[in-house]
Design a protein around this ligand. Structure first.
Ligand SMILES: *Cc1c(COP(=O)(O)O)cnc(C)c1O
Length: 356
């Protein structure tokens, strides 16, 4: 039996979208391939409120996170982390020999504009990373406000991780002054995993031009230049199957209406949060609670593992807490194409299993 996914990625994929994956192949150097890339770009630009170039990578989102920090840090990166995925940028920097400092807060808290200002005011950094939506803790950072601070430092390349929020929450790349915004297909975009997507600004491109050892496959400058020079094509063979599905899914997202889609996510988040507060507690600062995934504090000391086993028998699955938060918290994702009705059905089943 298929278990409906209420985990923060991969998320449920509609069958018509899945079917697009079986579109017959085209040459990746053909005009059709260029048309496909261009079509995806135009729609992604609308979704992310940007006029910057859109790049795709046949990797998961982590690919472009690594590409960004390696290709665009000349001096030193300031990595702001509020959980597991924030720290991932730091590990990527270390693994690539990129100079970086990690600025962490206690899990459940958010990154403040003041923290970023203080770090950047030292003049030590020329790149900063911030997680928009931290999936391990269910925290959504105020990236717009942080962006206002970053704008005071014109030499700093501003990178954000929107892997678990793009297409589920409004992300205004240009207004927020974001240079590289990274996401991937398998979360709020509701597609199978296998493509990373990012926006890239002129500033980021200019920086990459000054950085040596950008690597090969994840050299973001090479991907950018190829897109320009080769008429919207890629240095290596991209995941065309997923590109067909992405192009189609973006049409469906436009049909739903971008704002409507964000509103639907907000509604689902509000519903899950009030359920969590009634029966448990929210993990983390409510003011910064995520619109795509809710982390619930396990105040009743239930066995999350057992709950999930029972949910599985009924055709649902949720996520345990991340890392050290396992069993201390659990996470319910409400992102992608899932509806409020489906969320209600899940919670009714949890109520029934736990006798709430
Ligand atoms: C899932 C996730 C990632 C990792 O993305 P992949 O596509 O699995 O590489 C990074 N950041 C956040 C916030 C995530 O939720």
């Amino acid at each position: 039996m298929h278990k409906k996914l209420f985990i923060p990625g991969p998320t449920e994929v509609k069958s018509d979208v899945l079917e697009k994956m079986s579109t017959p192949m085209i040459g990746h150097r053909s005009k059709d391939a260029s048309t496909l890339q261009r079509s995806i770009s135009e729609k992604m630009m609308k979704l992310l409120y940007t006029d910057k170039q859109i790049l795709l990578s046949t990797s998961s989102g982590s690919g472009f996170m690594e590409a960004a920090i390696r290709s665009c840090t000349k001096k030193r990166a300031a990595v702001f982390s509020v959980g597991a995925f924030g720290k991932r940028w730091y590990d990527m920097a270390l693994g690539n020999g990129v100079a970086a400092d990690l600025f962490e807060v206690e899990w459940g808290k958010h990154t403040t504009p003041e923290m970023v200002d203080e770090a950047l005011s030292t003049g030590k950094y020329d790149l900063v990373t911030v997680t928009h939506n931290e999936t391990s803790t269910g925290i959504m950072n105020p990236v717009g406000e942080i962006g206002e601070v970053v704008k005071k430092y014109p030499d700093v390349v501003f990178c954000i991780d929107t892997v678990s929020s793009a297409a589920g929450a409004k992300i205004e790349v240009d207004k927020w002054g974001v240079d590289i915004c990274v996401t991937s297909t398998q979360k709020a975009l509701a597609l199978p995993p296998g493509l990373a997507i990012c926006t890239i600004s002129e500033k980021a491109v200019k920086r990459a031009e000054t950085v040596e050892n950008r690597g090969y496959y994840f050299d973001i400058l090479k991907v950018y230049k190829y897109i320009g020079k080769k008429d919207h094509q890629y240095p290596s063979t991209p995941n065309l199957s997923l590109m067909f599905a992405l192009d189609y899914q973006l049409d469906k997202i436009m049909e739903e209406g971008i704002e409507n889609r964000f509103d639907r996510h907000k509604e689902m988040a509000d519903y899950v949060r009030s359920w969590a507060k009634k029966n448990f507690e929210l993990f983390g600062e409510e003011e910064y609670a995520s619109n795509t995934v809710t982390a619930v504090k396990n105040t009743k000391g239930i066995s999350v593992k057992d709950l999930n086993a029972k949910l599985a028998e009924r055709g649902f699955t949720i996520s345990n807490g991340y890392g050290d938060l396992k069993e201390k918290t659990f996470r319910i994702a409400h992102m992608g194409d899932i509806t409020l009705e489906e969320v209600k059905e899940l919670l009714e089943n949890i109520d029934d299993i736990l006798g709430l």
